[in-house]
Design a protein around this ligand. Structure first.
Ligand SMILES: [Zn+2]
Length: 253
């Protein structure tokens, strides 16, 4: 910066105006510049707007990537990302995920087992609306899945309980049936025994009668005691008279 500009600024002119005056007059003389400023006061505001603003000190170090920059960031706003080398996030070198805080990194490391992390100048962008929706949909799907699983589990458990109930009911029925069967068998057995005893009793009575009969025979000396004919024997049917007639002997032959 020239000393003329400094002097003019000290005199109360704006730095911008002083620089314009020096440029316009091309002189190192404070007096000349001052004269010019005083005579051009009205035009100065217009002139000031014409003069391009001082170029910001551009980062010379990044000039090597000039071709890259041209390719990737044609818009002037994109240069903001690379202007600062400050680490804005952490990157997992194993899967490429970005994390805003050390806590997130630690959480990811524990969860995934990934162990290689590096600082990144890339800023982790907040989720876009679409990404938020997607994330929400994922969470909802997960919740839905979990609910379905729980319902299925509950259904299965209920079914199992019902099965057990039915089974125990069936077992009870079965036990009852077996008991009835057993009782029926016992009854049958008892009846069979009763019949057997009855049969034996009858036989004993018959034997007794028989013995009595023999005893009476022996007492009365062969006199047949009149016995009631329970089954009267029917006499054999008489042969038809024709068959009785003797055959006539025929000598002729
Ligand atoms: Zn990872």
């Amino acid at each position: 910066m020239s000393s003329v500009v400094n002097t003019l600024v000290e005199m109360g002119f704006s730095k911008q105006h002083a620089e314009i005056a020096v440029k316009k007059t091309g002189s190192n003389d404070v007096q000349v510049a001052m004269d010019w400023l005083l005579s051009h006061e009205e035009q100065l505001d217009n002139l000031a707007s014409e003069v391009p603003p001082e170029p910001a000190p551009s980062d010379e170090t990044e000039k090597t990537d000039a071709t890259d920059l041209k390719e990737h960031s044609p818009s002037p706003t994109a240069s903001q990302d690379s202007s600062s080398a400050e680490a804005k996030s952490f990157r997992c070198d194993d899967c490429g995920k970005l994390f805003r805080t050390q806590d997130e990194v630690e959480f990811h490391a524990v969860k995934s087992g990934h162990g290689n992390f590096s600082e990144s100048t890339e800023e982790k962008k907040p989720l876009s609306e679409e990404e938020k929706k997607e994330q929400l949909a994922k969470i909802e799907a997960k919740l839905r899945q979990r609910r379905l699983e729980r319902e299925a589990r509950e259904k299965e458990e209920a079914l199992m309980r019902e099965k057990i109930r039915i089974k125990s009911g069936k077992e009870l029925q079965e036990a009852k049936r077996r008991q009835e069967e057993l009782e029926m068998k016992k009854l049958m057995e008892q009846k069979r025994k009763e019949k057997e005893e009855e049969k034996l009793a009858k036989q004993r009575i018959r034997e007794k009668i028989e013995q009595d009969k023999i005893a009476r025979k022996a007492k009365f000396g062969g006199v047949a005691t009149p016995e009631p004919a329970t089954t009267p024997a029917s006499p054999p049917p008489a042969p038809p008279p024709g068959l009785r007639r003797p055959r006539p002997a025929s000598r002729s032959g």
